[in-house]
Write a protein that binds this ligand. Structure first.
Ligand SMILES: C[S@@+](CC[C@H](N)C(=O)[O-])C[C@H]1O[C@@H](n2cnc3c(N)ncnc32)[C@H](O)[C@@H]1O
Length: 233
């Protein structure tokens, strides 16, 4: 039987290539400094890949995840932690009862929320949880990964070593990612239980923002991040 949890964890600790990780942390650090961010909520924090370096810059970080081991690692690194489901309508993002200065949801975590209605509900709640003018920062994954699709690198099929399988939906920007003994060459269509990933396009993100009361997204100066801003009014 597949130990999916263990496999996911291995991936989750390092969701980005090392060079992309470095650039992302540098870009977020620049944002944090430029905007004098003092408090932040790290949505789907993983082990603190992002939160820990931001805390080192003086930001007080609330790490939210639904994985105990992730939160244990964050707490060991000095972050405040909260075990919660990002899709919970009662999600509490406050730090000492105060809304944080900003939120980020990085490491492609938004791609793990493939249902547009779920993502919209989450963004609507986050908008209400942050102050006017506050930002929600996500990966610029549309710029990072759509070229791979356009160049024919991410197509349905099994990797040459047989350890990974991608199965695209027929009618949506969603694919199933199967790993290890989840790989099933006899089922080249999405089946119940598949882990679904949404490769949001830039325009889908724009529509998501519009539908949920956010401005943007705009690229940061480095192009590594997408910034959504809660309107002042
Ligand atoms: C791909 S990892 C990224 C981790 C981290 N943000 C980073 O950049 O390294 C996604 C993380 O989001 C968490 N996660 C996914 N869906 C979640 C949900 N609905 N509620 C809470 N955490 C969730 C997972 O447990 C995992 O730690």
């Amino acid at each position: 039987m597949t130990d999916r949890t263990a496999e996911r964890r291995e991936e989750d600790w390092s969701p980005l290539e090392p060079d992309v990780h470095e650039r992302q942390i540098e870009a977020l650090g620049a944002f944090v400094r430029a905007n004098s961010v003092r408090t932040a909520v790290d949505l789907g924090s993983g082990d603190g890949r992002v939160g820990v370096p931001m805390a080192a810059l003086g930001v007080r970080v609330l790490a939210i995840d639904n994985d105990d081991e992730a939160l244990r690692r964050c707490a060991a690194a000095g972050l405040t932690t909260r075990n919660a489901d990002l899709l919970d309508p009662a999600l509490d993002c406050t730090l000492d009862g105060e809304p944080p200065d900003c939120a980020w949801c990085l490491g492609n975590t938004l791609m793990e929320i493939p249902d547009g209605a779920d993502a919209a509900a989450m963004l609507r709640r986050l908008r209400a949880a942050l102050r006017p003018g506050a930002c929600l920062i996500i990966d610029n994954f549309s710029a990072r990964y759509w070229p791979c699709v356009a160049q024919g690198l991410w197509v349905s099929g099994v990797s040459p070593d047989g350890t990974e399988q991608i199965v695209w939906a027929d009618d949506d920007n969603v694919f199933a990612l199967r790993r290890g003994d989840e790989v099933d060459v006899d089922h080249e269509e999405i089946r119940p239980g598949d882990r679904l990933i949404r490769l949001w396009t830039r325009n889908e993100l724009r529509l998501l923002a519009m539908a949920t009361g956010w401005e943007g997204p705009e690229e940061d100066e480095s192009g590594e991040l997408l910034i959504l801003r809660r309107p002042e009014a």
